[in-house]
Design a protein around this ligand. Structure first.
Ligand SMILES: [Zn+2]
Ligand SMILES: [Zn+2]
Length: 397
């Protein structure tokens, strides 16, 4: 990708250095979900200085900055998320995280930087702005149930009523200069599956006197994978992953219990419902068959991210005016999940993906890896597409 093929306005380019500085500031001082106290304060301070109408501590640490245009019109919500992850950073960069064991390894630092710079850009032009821009900085995207749902419950979609919702996620599967824009489903729904298998403990040499919860758990895991591959239409994507299994204390003791936790991800809400029902039936049925018991808890997480076709076509237009057409991919749906889904269920909108990897610079580590890092040249590209989308949506251009 040649950088001269990218068309970024002078007003965005003039703020590139500040945007990178903001991203590096957030990178150095990361905070975990629902604990983004200093991050929220910093954002609120920045937005107040710009003259926005700022509300703090929404859904714990969330911040809303409302920019009212001089002319009455629609309201667009632009979302950034604020939380970092519990990971030890392995990057040797001058702006390395100063909080041991916590770091922005999903790029939310970049999301906040782009959003603040967008607020700065538009606040300088509020005299000619038609409509309103609601800058939303949500807590806790990485946790279930996530901050988006809580902010909606506290009224973020009202006063003024939101007519469209926009968000972006930096994306390492796409090289810098590329973007992923897709109408319809983009990210899958997620549910948290917790299983407690209760058996009867005893001596490892005398299993006849016990009910072995580890052996039962092994059967449950295998059978639940068969549920995904044998009962669900292969054309309907779904995945079940157990990321935790805990049981036992020694090689010769059969424990009383085992605990398993996993995530179920689907695109189709009917399949989501069906899979949850069958996970419960199969787990309980297998435990019962072996004379044990299984307690099942399935906590509903984020719904599917569904991009509105009409709103997405505005983002696509904005992207086409910024990067070459070949750099825009619509083959970017995946089984990850994002709580932007809640905003998109309340207003037509779009979450798009901003390419941030760069092989030549060695920036290829994926999200949530301890070596994740982005090419900061992507930041003005993101800001430019956001700027153009907002202007188009508010009918200024
Ligand atoms: Zn993440
Ligand atoms: Zn993320």
């Amino acid at each position: 990708m040649k950088i001269q093929e990218i068309k970024i306005s002078q007003e965005v380019l003039a703020l590139k250095a500040e945007m990178i500085g903001l991203r590096r500031h957030f990178h150095q001082y990361p905070e975990l979900g629902n604990k983004e106290v200093k991050t929220g304060k910093y954002i609120a301070g920045y937005l107040k200085k710009l003259g926005l109408d700022v509300k703090e501590n929404i859904a714990k640490t969330g911040v809303i900055g409302l920019l009212k245009g001089n002319y009455a019109g629609k309201t667009i919500l632009y979302r950034a998320d604020m939380d970092a992850l519990e990971i030890d950073e392995k990057n040797n960069v001058e702006y390395k995280s100063k909080h041991t064991g916590i770091v922005h390894m999903c790029g939310h630092d970049a999301h906040m930087a782009i959003a603040l710079i967008t607020a700065k850009l538009f606040s300088a032009q509020k005299n000619k702005l038609r409509g309103n821009i609601k800058f939303v900085f949500q807590p806790s995207e990485e946790l279930i149930p996530g901050g988006a749902k809580a902010m909606i419950e506290e009224g973020v979609m009202k006063n003024p009523k939101v007519g469209g919702a926009l968000g972006l996620h930096v994306w390492q599967d796409l090289a810098v200069g590329k973007v992923g824009i897709k109408p319809g489903p983009l990210f899958a729904s997620i549910d948290l599956v917790s299983l407690r298998v209760i058996g009867k403990g005893g001596h490892g040499a005398m299993p006849q006197y016990t009910v072995d919860p580890i052996m039962i758990s092994a059967h449950i895991i295998t059978s639940l994978q068969a549920l995904i591959t044998r009962e669900i239409d292969p054309l309907q994507s779904s995945v079940l992953t157990f990321g935790q299994i805990h049981a036992g204390t020694a090689c010769n003791i059969i424990p009383e219990e085992s605990f398993l936790q996993g995530s179920l991800r689907c695109f189709n809400p009917e399949i989501r419902k069906y899979a949850a029902k069958r996970i419960t039936e199969i787990s309980k049925g297998i435990a019962d068959a072996f004379d044990g018991r299984c307690e099942v808890d399935i906590a509903r997480g984020h719904p599917t991210v569904n991009n509105d076709p009409e709103f997405t076509s505005i983002v696509l237009q904005a992207a086409r005016e910024t990067v070459p057409n070949d750099n825009i991919s619509n083959d970017c749906n995946n089984m990850g999940s994002e709580d932007m889904a809640y905003f998109l269920n309340k207003a037509p909108g779009c979450l798009f993906l901003l390419g941030t990897s760069n092989k030549e610079k060695g920036l290829t580590s994926k999200h949530h890896s301890p070596r994740f890092n982005i090419d900061e040249d992507a930041l003005p590209i993101g800001a430019e597409i956001v700027r153009k989308t907002i202007l188009k949506f508010l009918n200024l251009q």
